[in-house]
Design a binder for this molecule. Structure first.
Ligand SMILES: Cc1cc2nc3c(=O)[nH]c(=O)nc-3n(C[C@H](O)[C@H](O)[C@H](O)COP(=O)(O)OP(=O)(O)OC[C@H]3O[C@@H](n4cnc5c(N)ncnc54)[C@H](O)[C@@H]3O)c2cc1C
Length: 417
């Protein structure tokens, strides 16, 4: 019979969120086990756009006018798609989203997120240095373009927040953008180039490199099913792994879109939803190049240069997590994107599908579970998990270790719902 291994902390989930928390806990002298059912960085943290946002001050909100609601209701848009059954189940969540979409709440969100986003690039670079992963990083910023004067005018608040919270940007005409991205067609009215945002050429490999840093620094990475989590009579937590049962006083749930799979059986209920998204890679035609992520704001898709080719990522799909893929947005976006950048053949036969783990206020939960001692929650990073995974990993580690957190953790508390 194998002897149960004891740790100070077990981190469940080896996406960017769990891997980052595990590294920070290790640095603070904790004995840490990181558990996943597969290798690190192979789910949502693999397939995203790889952008580390400095300027994500405006949350995803509910449409404010009837014409926008009617437009989405037809289900023919590129930026949003839904499965009707899933949308109906999500009505209470959408109602919470509507409440979180007031101007006051958006202002509060910007104030909160600006603190962590200001540290996000530094937190990544710090891990990347230790992990030998700096070659994945680009400091070329990112660009959002707007096809009409009207859509550009919708950016007013975003630019004001950028001024308030110190995220430098430049407003470009189509001709000016061509000076830095010569192969982007001049199909738009104005573009914004946010200069302090960074991006990576392989978010999955960056996450894997941080996991290797954890293992090489004395952490234990184990394959196991988080659903085996149980609390023992003495209050410690145990999980079954391929190396046998392990236990610890503290456990961090960082299972992204799967977090509620283990929290529901423990009696927790949060307004949590997933928003699916797709990507596909394309070879650039001829010797055409792209140097940074570019977002076509009016159609809600993005393209970015990756190790595998030009990655095209889609907007939001409201569908059940396990429902078969329905990549209609990808098909629509690819047609539009071909008029913007000379995309060649698709690299893979099938697109990738992932799911963003989302709360209606666009902030994750980072902090203690309200009813179980030693249970910590670190999930729900939504559209910016790759950006803020490392810095919220620091916040989580500070809280688990009983240290003064670098920022007020109350906006991230589980008790806000
Ligand atoms: C199309 C798209 C584009 C995006 N672009 C960006 C972007 O440019 N910038 C940005 O900041 N964010 C972006 N995001 C969001 C970002 O990818 C996510 O917020 C982030 O990856 C979430 O990380 P995570 O570690 O919480 O989850 P994940 O990476 O999904 O990790 C969860 C882990 O839990 C493991 N797991 C699940 N169940 C179990 C179990 N029972 N037992 C053991 N292990 C289990 C999984 O194997 C997985 O490794 C994008 C998302 C999508 C879908």
């Amino acid at each position: 019979m194998s002897v149960e291994q004891k740790y100070d902390v077990i981190v469940l989930g080896a996406g960017i969120v769990g891997v980052s928390a595990a590294n920070h806990l290790l640095r603070k002298g904790k004995r840490v086990a990181l558990v996943d059912r597969r290798e690190a960085g192979e789910e949502t943290s693999h397939g995203n756009l790889g952008v580390i946002e400095r300027d994500g001050f405006v949350p995803i909100t509910f449409p404010t006018n009837l014409s926008a609601i009617l437009k989405y209701a037809l289900n023919r848009e590129t930026e949003m798609h839904f499965h009707l059954g899933a949308l109906i189940k999500m009505l209470p969540w959408l109602w919470s989203l509507k409440k979180a979409s007031s101007p006051e709440r958006i202002k509060k969100f910007a104030e909160t997120i600006s603190v962590v986003e200001a540290k996000a690039v530094g937190a990544h670079r710090d891990l990347a240095r230790g992990a030998g992963a700096e070659h994945f990083f680009r400091d070329t910023g990112w660009v959002r373009f707007f096809r009409t004067e009207k859509s550009f005018a919708g950016l007013k608040d975003h630019l004001e927040f950028s001024d308030t919270y110190g995220a430098p940007y430049e407003i470009l005409t189509a001709q000016e953008l061509q000076e830095i991205e010569p192969h982007i067609a001049p199909v738009f009215h104005r573009a914004i180039w946010w200069k302090d945002t960074q991006s990576v050429a392989s978010p999955g490999n960056v996450t894997k490199a941080y996991a290797a840093l954890f293992s090489n620094s004395g952490g234990e990475f184990l394959i196991g099913d988080a659903k085996s989590l149980k609390q023992n009579d003495d209050g410690t937590w145990s999980v079954e792994t391929e190396a046998g049962q392990i236990s610890a006083k503290d456990v961090v749930v960082a299972l992204g879109p799967w977090s509620m799979d283990i929290l529901k059986p423990l009696g927790y209920s949060f307004p949590f939803a997933i928003k699916r998204g797709y990507h596909q890679h394309f070879a650039p035609r001829g010797n055409k190049t792209l140097s940074r992520p570019i977002v076509d704001s009016d159609f809600g898709y993005a393209v970015s240069p990756m190790d595998q080719g030009i990655r095209l990522t889609t907007g939001i799909e409201f569908a059940d997590r396990e429902a078969p893929p329905s990549p209609v947005q990808l098909e629509r976006a690819t047609k539009i994107a071909r008029e913007v950048f000379p995309l060649g053949e698709a690299v893979e036969d099938e697109p990738w599908k992932g799911q963003r783990p989302c709360f209606p206020d666009s902030l994750p939960i980072v902090g203690p579970a309200p009813r179980h001692k030693g249970l910590w929650l670190d999930f729900g990073h939504g559209h910016v998990g790759f950006t803020i995974g490392p810095i919220t990993g620091q916040l989580m580690a500070e809280m688990v270790c009983g240290e003064e957190p670098f920022t007020d953790p109350s906006p991230y508390s589980a008790t806000r719902f």
